[in-house]
Unconditional design. Structure first.
Length: 228
């Protein structure tokens, strides 16, 4: 059976190879362990191997783990779809919110951050494919939403996020990642250099995402193995 250390070693080597193909440094890519359905002991084991960024997708599942691991101080990322009525719970416990998919949610997170006296890092989720079955901002709406959210207190707009095509032709997946990179470049030109992050790439497509500029990859199965 492949161990956690072996899977992590494989992931790190694939990151290194992907970066070499596009003249990037592996340090430019933040590895986020998608720890949904994983327990606190598994997270501790991965921390012991040098991973300190963890992504959770369900508020109620995440809260006990965050409490149990408080002394270990991992960096918590909320990477799933977030309902606006959970904004306050998430704002108080997560440093990064990856899937801000509406103007309303961004506004609620700003209000929650101000109440808690903190600053949140936000990534705007873009539905690059305009797939009605997926969450995310329409690309045509993106700049208007950024313009409204940018001056709000308690939040910092740091970049963009997308979910690649599942089980798709690699060329189609690559094109969607390239499109998000183009939108990030547009944000930088219009709104300044604070837009630095591209959260794209999961276990099946992270090498393509890195080659197209991803700075954050969200890996579950590639690190932890298949869910039982």
């Amino acid at each position: 059976m492949t161990s956690l250390a072996q899977r992590l070693g494989t992931v790190r080597e694939r990151i290194r190879q992907s970066c070499a193909r596009c003249n990037r440094q592996p340090e430019e890519v933040r590895l986020i362990a998608a720890s949904k359905t994983r327990d606190s002991d598994e997270i501790r084991d991965l921390q012991a191997l040098g991973v300190n960024d963890f992504g959770e997708s369900r508020v109620q599942e995440a809260l006990p783990k965050i409490a149990a691991l408080q002394e270990r101080a991992p960096q918590w990322h909320f990477i799933g779809h977030l309902q606006s009525n959970k904004a306050r719970q998430v704002a108080a416990r997560f440093a990064w919110i990856h899937a801000v998919d509406s103007l309303h949610l961004g506004q609620r997170l700003s209000e929650a951050a101000v109440r808690s006296g903190i600053s949140l890092n936000l990534l705007l989720q873009v539905n690059v494919a305009r797939d009605p079955a997926k969450h995310g901002l329409d690309p045509d709406q993106l700049y208007a939403v950024v313009e409204t959210l940018l001056p709000l207190p308690g939040v910092e707009l740091r970049g963009l996020m997308t979910i690649g095509f599942q089980q798709a032709d690699p060329a189609r997946t690559r094109a969607s990642f390239a499109a998000l990179r183009g939108l990030l470049e547009g944000c930088r030109q219009r709104f300044g250099d604070g837009f630095t992050e591209l959260s794209m790439g999961m276990s099946d497509d992270y090498t393509l995402a890195i080659e197209e500029g991803s700075t954050m990859i969200r890996l579950g199965t590639a690190l932890f193995g298949a869910r039982s």
